[in-house]
Design a protein around this ligand. Sequence first.
Ligand code: SF4
Ligand code: SF4
Length: 513
Amino acid sequence: MASLDMDHPDGPKFVADPLEIPRLKCGAMEGLKPFVAAPEHQEKLDFPGELVPDWKERALAKMKDLGEKNRAFQVYLDTCVKCGACTDKCHYFLGTGDPKNMPVARQDLLRSVYRRYFTFAGKYFPWLVGARDLTEEVLQEWYSYYHQCSECRRCSVFCPYGIDTAEITMAARDILAHVGIGQKYSNEIIGKVKDIGNNLGLNPKALGATLEDLEEDIEDDTGISVRIPLDEKGADIMLVTPSADFFAEPHIEGLIGYAKVFHEAGVSWTVSSYASEAANFGLFIGNYEQMRDVSLRIRQAAIDLGVKRIIFGECGHAWRVGYSFLNTLAGPFDFLDQNFPIPQHIMEFTWNEIQKGTLNLDKSRNDHIRLTYHDSCNVARASRMGDTPGDQFEIPRNVIRAVCNNYFDMPRETTHESTLCCGGGGGLLTDDLMDLRRKGASPRMTAMAQVREDHGVTHLAAICAICKTQFSKILPEHGYEMDSIVSVHQLVSNAIILTGQETDSEVTEDEAA
Ligand code: SF4
Ligand code: SF4
């Protein structure tokens, strides 16, 4: 419900509530599905090209296998007490009103089948425990509603048992891919990473040319030669960053920011053409082997280049895989310098440099921006950074405050660990799900409208490539400019005065003289 804000500076006023519980709309999103992967996209990942004749046996065998290998998955299926605490915590439920988008209902789509085949009560008294047979109709329902979950983990924050719907979604997608129903968007992208090294299919020559162009742009803007090295053997640091950073706004501006920070810090660094992708869509499809294959490219590139450190650029789910699983998937990384985090986040690196006083920053260069910050789900709830709990919230804000005068947080119940997903995460950033993406983004847009109303906020910063891409579509639909979504390192880039760079005021003084 909208509420009356008695403390508003302009007097009492009605404000929309981003977490308002919607009217139930049963079946509102029924049948909404992303495109199914073509046989060639499936087979490249060693999945069957299409629905196999013995799909039921294979699906149940895979479910059993996942339960044995991932104890958390089985515990989540066994534990729910239907307390209801999670029901209104999903942005897709808030945005669509479809009760099957309540996290507990989403879980039950799979739990009901698990009970039927793997529990005593479900085998003999299915009607008593809500158990149901696995049918083709059920498979299709899974395909639909498990692609209406961005694996954001918001619901798990509110569950007294910590049940993680994201894990159940991942398991469902893994089962589906194993019987021949994979998702086109994610599987096609994983195939490109395996063939070429990045989601875009950008080959090393094209990547090299792109980076040279960016170096020229920086020199034109600043008069200073700042390098963005590619495949430089013996560099200290390998930057692994989402490939969006190489080609699209506002991502590119973030890459320019990293380059300026490395330049001023005086470190040697390089991008790898072999591991030219931080994103790891193996996470989205819940498949260990794919996640491992993509991670091993990073290890191989680090060995081949002889680097001492690995730093990740601004990418939420890549950081989730990097921080939480890289060592398990592709370690040990005993050949790297153990004095630094393995891997390290670019925000940690930049914040260290700011604290050391290495960077000459002029905050007023961002005075045209009134900013708020979107905590990306995978950074907020599925990883950490820094040395103390909660640093994943504070370090980005510390950096922002160091480079920007006008910063305002959105309502606390929509930030930090309670952050709302952008609506496009978890493998849903595809045009065939645009309707869902719009609806899923609506709670975040309502929260942002509050700081626009109260503080005249004009821009939104994020440290996730998916969030940035999603918001560049969504923000203009809510009356913001196209360039309202910014990389945090874009703000850093704006504020940095490079060593030897003439500032605008110096140029003006020289011209006046
Ligand atoms: S993980 Fe996120 S998207 Fe999935 S059900 Fe929970 S809140 Fe919704
Ligand atoms: S909050 Fe947890 S225990 Fe309660 S209904 Fe949701 S998943 Fe089940």
